[in-house]
Design a protein around this ligand. Structure first.
Ligand code: HEC
Ligand code: HEC
Length: 203
């Protein structure tokens, strides 16, 4: 009987942690994300070198945010500051932060980078298969929304996939075929699309 009871309790605990894993606690996520806002909560804040604006996280897909944070933790994605930031987070905190950020609503209008958005649109056909039309509605919650992201961050990400600085087998294949002007054009196109992304305010 005691044995059965402990199995039941164990199962209940497992189910509870599974539920919180799926849902995330938005209020706890908001509190845990406070340390992130010095960078991600200030519109137009830049990474010093290379110079690019720190990505918008508001309205991004929750599962993608979780994967990105885990990728910084295990050094699949290399960025010293983000490794330190993500490294301090528990799995539950990651789930909660992702729930909070993904639920935020868009505030600012999209903008355009230096590239040619019209030329970028033509080059973006292949990307829609995964990132959705205009980069606004990816086919799985694990893939990032591109629409409305900062053009300089998109260009930085694509350059990283191309050089191998950012390690992802799927994106390497697509980015390695792109020239520097393709990258600027694609960044201009996706950044100018209607978007749910935002820089968190009111945190
Ligand atoms: C000192 C500034 C700074 C702080 C503080 C910071 N970040 Fe970042 N974050 C960055 C930079 C710069 C990048 C882009 C890094 C790269 O090139 O991959 C980034 C990237 C990210 C990404 C990837 C976004 C994408 O679209 O790929 C996520 C997710 C993220 N940060 C979450 C967080 C969370 C959560 C915290 C707090 C626990 C945090 N960051 C704190 C600067 C910061
Ligand atoms: C087969 C599916 C697939 C296709 C097609 C695809 N992508 Fe991606 N893309 C992904 C995945 C998966 C990721 C996340 C990889 C990671 O974790 O770094 C990603 C990430 C990105 C990012 C990083 C965004 C961020 O917030 O950090 C950019 C930029 C990007 N893709 C642009 C493109 C462009 C431009 C094309 C077309 C030339 C394209 N992708 C085609 C699957 C795809």
């Amino acid at each position: 009987m005691k044995f059965l009871l402990s199995i039941t309790v164990g199962l209940a605990m497992a189910l509870t942690s599974f539920a919180s894993l799926a849902a995330g606690d938005i209020q706890a996520g908001r509190a845990a994300a406070a340390t992130c806002m010095g960078c991600h909560g200030a519109s137009g804040m830049r990474n010093a070198y290379p110079a690019f604006r720190i990505p918008k996280l508001g309205g991004q897909q929750a599962e993608y945010l979780m994967l990105a944070l885990k990728a910084y933790q295990n050094a699949e994605r290399v960025h010293p500051t983000m490794k330190a930031q993500a490294g301090a987070l528990s799995g539950t905190e990651i789930t909660n932060i992702a729930a909070y950020l993904s639920g935020l609503e868009a505030t600012a209008a999209s903008e355009r980078g230096d590239g040619d958005a019209k030329a970028g649109e033509a080059k973006a056909q292949a990307c829609a298969t995964c990132h959705g039309a205009g980069g606004g509605k990816p086919i799985t919650p694990q893939y990032p929304i591109l629409a409305g992201q900062y053009p300089d961050f998109l260009a930085h990400a694509l350059t990283g996939y191309k050089s191998g600085a950012r390690n992802n087998a799927i994106m390497k294949g697509f980015a390695s075929a792109l020239s520097d002007s393709d990258i600027q054009d694609l960044a201009a196109y996706f950044s100018s699309q209607p978007s749910t992304l935002s820089t968190p305010t009111n945190w």
